[in-house]
Design a protein around this ligand. Structure first.
Ligand code: G3I
Ligand code: 9MR
Length: 665
């Protein structure tokens, strides 16, 4: 047990009452955006009056009434929701209910999840292999290089004529999968995709984040440098002789609880599989378009990798991974490959514009689902939705939008229904191994619906599951190391357990409650939403992995970008350039609460349509994507805004127009 844990135990014993009281009120322990939704779960079987107190002075700044009590079946508790969204004054507060208790402190602030997004991203650097982590970048978590992987053996299951068993290949770089030190293609795939997609969707936001990594001084966005570390490894997992991709690179057994450089057992690449090959195809196709501007040579190579892999999968469509008898590490097995085929086809189609790939994509499959390492069809729809106005005429943008909206609608229905006000738990199987990632991947999907419609309920839905992960859950934990008042301190992460630093590596989201309890540890409860243990022992609830941190980074970054208006002063607004688009106008004007902004693009453009109040503070981001030539109409809802003059600015291809409009309530 770590020193800090023992200390916490003693402290909780001495301060039993206050700590117990904090467990009765559960909310995002980091905080909320001034303009965003703000909700707390309060343990109570009847409605309550709650107050917000300024953390320093204790003075009451807001009083509210909860809704009526409801039972959450996954924790078997009666709870009420305290909604204080209308209170928007920045500061540090606690929520208090007489006779029930007081919450942990939280902030109301712009950019309240900016640090979390950056830290979730930095986690990947901390999990780099084949590299020493220097103190300059890693601080107390500096460590020697682990796993050069310059001498990896071809396992018997992967042997071919050109590469017989025992052949030595080099397969360097990449990120450790999780608490273990192995590298698995299917899990790497969805992780790398989600990070690249975050960049594709919100480039301005991620361009501005400095991760303090060894590449920070080059002229490339740190996120793309970090992702490249893993893409370079993935490329080595393709057999250049036939295009097939090895399923994983692994030791025969999991190592003990040691530092990376102390885990020196032989490593092998194990059999090629269709799932790994298609997953690799999709990721390389995405990489080809994301890196096109910054490294055209790499982009071209990535596309070649993708096309070779696609061809192997066409010739070998049903090679499912079978764990060889002498290999005992993670399996990442999958017997249904239809979603992998769809994902690979969709990404190749988007990148190349070749209709032959579109014909391979099953657009009639209407079930979208939640992204996961085993279920990747939603990733295809997410990519298609982002690029929908820029595809060949073979694809129907309305159908693509409809698929995303239908799925997101299911989630926000649950947000409205759920006792906890979250979509997590819409289905009873949600509390699987890695359940926290399931919550946040629902948010990723809701954010796509928001990007398509700018309807705030999708944004609130996405926020609700992030709140869940950060404290509005039945355990009272904020599930990210180093964030919140009660974060995990003993995750199943070998480096964090074996180093001599009290605190675990920060910015890691643990798997989350899961009632399978396959690791045989002793859990505090069998209730699905409470079956969680902050102990090294609990690899089924307290491990970390690259595929779980990716939606954390995506969601924290996306919400931060969308919710926090970037202050742009009116002096920055330029009106003197000739517009590449026809006059934008809004109607009705004056309006309340909705107006339609209409514009025409004579040519394709990267379009941004933003609304500012007269102080220059951004209040809405209405359009933020590439659009084909055509006529567009966007609805702007101002239900949350005060009467007054607003400015909207339309930018396309570096040129812009600014117009005024009036909201009269
Ligand atoms: O597919 C079945 C489904 O049909 C069934 O209804 C459901 C009922 O629980 O189970 C589903 O299988 C589950 C499978 O994940 C797919 O979701 C298994 O029960 C569950 O045990 C399995 O957990 C996986 C775990 O490895 C054990 O294999 C996790 O998803 C996966 O994230 C985790 O990955 C490990 C790597 O193997 C090694 N590295 C660490 C990493 C994280 O723990
Ligand atoms: O440490 C391993 C973890 O990374 C894996 O996700 C997990 C499931 O495959 O297995 C862990 O290793 C355990 C092994 O499966 C059984 N013996 C105990 C190991 C952890 O100490």
């Amino acid at each position: 047990m770590k020193k800090r844990m023992i200390l916490c135990f003693i402290l909780s014993f001495i301060l039993w009452n206050p700590i117990h009281a904090q467990e009765n009120i559960r909310l995002n322990q980091i905080g909320f955006y001034p303009q965003g939704e703000k909700v707390a779960v309060i343990l109570s079987d009847e409605p309550v009056t709650f107050t917000l107190m300024a953390d320093e002075s204790g003075s009451v700044v807001y009083t509210g009434e909860s809704n009526t009590a409801d039972i959450w079946p996954y924790s078997a508790e009666n709870v009420v929701l305290g909604n204080f969204s209308e209170f928007s004054e920045p500061g540090i507060y606690r929520l208090s209910v007489d006779g029930i208790g007081e919450s942990h402190p939280f902030r109301i602030a712009e950019k309240v999840h900016g640090e979390l997004a950056a830290s979730a991203m930095k986690y990947y650097y901390f999990n780099r292999e084949s590299m020493e982590l220097e103190e300059e970048y890693a601080g107390p978590w500096a460590r020697p290089m682990g796993h050069p992987d310059d001498e990896v053996r071809i396992h018997e299951s992967a042997a071919t004529e050109e590469r017989p068993e025992g052949t030595i290949i080099s397969s360097q770089k990449g990120w450790y999968d999780a608490g273990d030190f192995n590298k698995y293609i299917v899990n790497s795939g969805i992780s790398t995709y989600t990070l690249m997609t975050a960049y594709e969707h919100f480039p301005d936001y991620f361009d501005a984040i400095d991760l303090n990594i060894p590449e920070s001084e080059n002229n490339t966005t740190d996120l793309l440098d970090e992702v490249r570390w893993n893409l370079d490894w993935m490329a080595t997992m393709q057999d250049p002789n036939d295009g097939g991709v090895y399923h994983k690179l692994t030791t025969k057994n999991f190592s003990g609880m040691v530092m990376p450089h102390e885990a020196t057992a032989f490593r092998y690449v194990v059999m090629k599989s269709t799932a790994a090959t298609l997953n690799f195809t999709a990721v390389m196709a995405v990489a080809s378009r994301v890196y096109e501007k910054i490294d055209p040579g790499f982009a071209a190579q990535a596309l070649e990798h993708a096309e070779d892999a696609w061809q192997w999968a066409q010739d070998n469509p049903d090679v499912t991974y079978q764990q060889p008898g002498d290999i005992n590490t993670g399996e990442y097995g999958d017997s249904n490959l239809s979603d992998e085929f769809d994902w690979a086809a969709a990404e190749l189609y988007i990148t190349t514009g070749n209709d032959l790939y579109w014909e391979e994509f099953n657009q009639d499959e209407s079930y979208v689902g939640i992204p996961g390492w085993q279920g990747v069809r939603p990733l295809a729809w997410i990519s298609l939705a982002h690029h929908k106005d820029n595809l060949t005429s073979a694809a129907d943008p309305a159908l693509i939008e409809g698929r995303i909206l239908y799925q997101a609608e299911q989630f926000i229905d649950e947000v409205a229904e759920s006792a906890y006000g979250v979509s997590m738990g819409q289905e009873s199987w949600h509390f699987i191994w890695g359940s926290n990632s399931l919550a946040l991947n629902q948010s990723v999907l809701m954010l796509q619906a928001y990007k398509l419609t700018m309807n705030e309920s999708y944004l609130d839905g996405a926020q609700s599951n992030l709140d869940y992960v950060l404290g509005r859950n039945a355990t009272g934990y904020s599930f990210v190391t180093g964030f919140g008042s009660k974060p995990p301190i003993d995750p199943h992460h070998r480096q964090s357990a074996a180093d001599n630093v009290d605190d675990p590596v920060p910015g890691m989201m643990i798997g989350g409650p899961h009632d399978g309890q396959q690791d045989g540890c002793s859990y505090p409860s069998d209730q699905p939403a409470k079956s969680y243990l902050d102990d090294w022992c609990s690899y089924s609830t307290n491990e970390v992995t690259i595929n779980w941190n990716a939606p954390l980074m995506y969601v924290a970054g996306a919400l931060d970008y969308i919710r926090s208006g970037i202050v742009e002063t009116s002096s920055e607004l330029k009106t003197d350039q000739p517009a590449v688009f026809e006059l934008a106008q809004n109607y009705p004007n004056p309006f309340n609460p909705m107006t339609v902004i209409e514009y025409q693009l004579p040519v394709q453009g990267d379009v941004h349509l933003k609304v500012f109040d007269i102080t220059g503070r951004r209040v809405a981001l209405l359009v933020d994507r590439t659009q084909a030539a055509g006529s567009y109409q966007t609805e702007f809802y101002a239900s949350n805004l005060a009467s007054g003059s607003y400015i909207y600015k339309l930018t396309a291809n570096q040129q812009e127009q600014v117009r005024m409009m009036s909201l009269i309530k």
